[in-house]
Design a protein around this ligand. Sequence first.
Ligand code: BDR
Ligand code: CA
Length: 310
Amino acid sequence: MPVPVIIDCDPGHDDVFAIWLAAGNPDIDIRAITTVSGNGYLEHTTYNARVALTVAGVTGIPVAAGADGPLERKATPATWIHGENALGGPELPEPTVPLDGRSALQLIADVLAEADEPVTLVPIGPLTNIALFLREKPELVGKIKEIVWMGGSTGRGNVGAYPEFNAWCDPEAADLVLRSGLPITMVGLNISHQALITAEVIDRIGAIGNRTGAFGVELLRYFCSTYDKVEGMPEGPLHDPITVALLIDRAVATVRRAHVDVETKGEFTSGATCVDLHDMLGKEPNVDVAITLDVDRFWNLVVDAVRELA
Ligand code: BDR
Ligand code: CA
């Protein structure tokens, strides 16, 4: 049975690949896509989610817009990496995939209520929508099987010495979700920086020869060029699809169970995830922290999925 998922995203170059991996792999059943402000303002991330599906020729998945900013802070689009429209590089086609009239929270609620089995949430942006859902729809929380989140880090950050972008955008939301008691896997920078977009990866995706692959190559080239400029990483890290890859095949990554707190107040560290890998605090572990990526297995899944799309 394919794993039923809701992808909550802020596309974003790597978000697009996460959507494609889920759409192109038979072991995943995308029940809904919800959008949040993160890499770009909500209008851009919502448009881009519809573009991702349109390019890939995927229809029948409802897309609904969620929060247009963090719980308590201002939106901070990552233009330095993703460009002004959050999807710099290729010319974007007018999406033919419609926008669902429901709010993201209502769509998530409807999908959970209608599902026969618990559904997995895959947030790959700031956790604003998920935090709002837990707060406003507690009666449906039992229908969430688990949360597999891209965000945080066991070590270095990408918007400061320690904070990672998704956690840093909305630390209050991340704090609420991580303290929810739900089963949570954290795919942080410590593992996503193992998913490097090498020239060989770009060649493999281009060689597929379909529309999705060609669009994908343009996305990856732009993403690597900004990573090179900003972080000195010409082979940028394709963070978000690792979440979906883990749901397809748990052997894609090793995980360690640990207690994770989110810093909401720190003068220099706001948004940092404090991952107690060595149990120094003696607190109850609340997160499965992804540690080591099987790089070949990961890229094979991504390439195989893109091959299945338009
Ligand atoms: C995360 O932030 C965004 O730029 C990416 O889409 C990813 O979700 C990496 O820090
Ligand atoms: Ca993202």
